[in-house]
Design a protein around this ligand. Structure first.
Ligand code: TMP
Length: 222
């Protein structure tokens, strides 16, 4: 049974920790599970990631930025996500198309309909079965992300952390709007309750989805 689960959120919302916890949980339950990320996930898409997140690339215009995210996605969908889903693997992806709508649409103020079209094209119509939106106030998340970058000396990926706080407020508002429009797919979780309780929420939601998918799968087999 294949499942496609994505994680979204403002900078420093704790996605990476929760994805690793979910991977351990699902693997213990016997599922084949693969973690991947956007931008990235294939050698070419990881190269595009470097271009996108390099803080020296101050001249990158919003439209080029949008195309690069979509190019990285097209490659990722073709090389990694589609083949894994066909093999029945559970795919956990750190960011996906919602990020483009939130960052390039709400953040950069590019045409949202254009972004929806490009998202559909690049992802070949593949949509997540479930999305976790890990939410926290933008200033709190940004503080955490900057601390993390300093600790890991990850200064090569700081282009977005350098944006003004107003940009991050718009991104958060974008994400919250997406969650409101698609409450069945997008589960909003306030991360201020702490790592343990966030994971409990994720675990319960995934268990419910697995039960439902298993039931409909059994019906098909019968
Ligand atoms: P990460 O730091 O969560 O790995 O994400 C990389 C950065 O790229 C993050 O600042 C969000 C941004 N981003 C976009 O602006 N548009 C997109 O479509 C994606 C996938 C990420």
């Amino acid at each position: 049974m294949s499942l496609f689960i994505t994680f979204e959120g403002v900078e420093g919302s704790g996605k990476t920790t929760q994805i690793q916890r979910l991977k351990r949980y699902l693997t213990r339950k016997g599922f084949l599970c693969k973690v991947t990320r956007e931008p990235g996930g294939t050698p070419i898409s990881e190269k595009i990631r470097k271009i996108l997140l390099d803080p020296d690339h101050r001249d990158l215009i919003p439209l080029s930025e949008l195309f690069l995210y979509e190019a990285a996605r097209a490659q990722h969908i073709h090389e990694v996500i589609t083949p894994l889903l066909k093999r029945g693997v559970v795919v956990l992806c750190d960011r996906f198309s919602d990020a483009t709508l939130a960052y390039q649409g709400y953040g950069r103020k590019l045409d949202q309909n254009l972004i929806r079209k490009l998202n559909r094209l690049a992802s070949r119509g593949i949509k997540p079965d479930l999305t976790f939106l890990l939410d926290c106030p933008s200033d709190l998340g940004l503080k955490r992300a900057l601390q993390r970058n300093q600790i890991s000396k990850n200064e090569k990926e700081g282009r977005f952390e350098k944006e003004k706080i107003q940009f991050h407020h718009r991104v958060r508002k974008g994400y919250l709007t997406i969650a409101k429009k698609e409450p069945k797919r997008v589960k909003l979780i306030d991360t201020r309750v702490g790592e343990e309780r966030v994971f409990e929420r994720i675990r319960r939601t995934v268990d419910e989805l697995l039960t439902r998918s298993h039931q409909s799968h059994s019906r098909l087999v019968l």
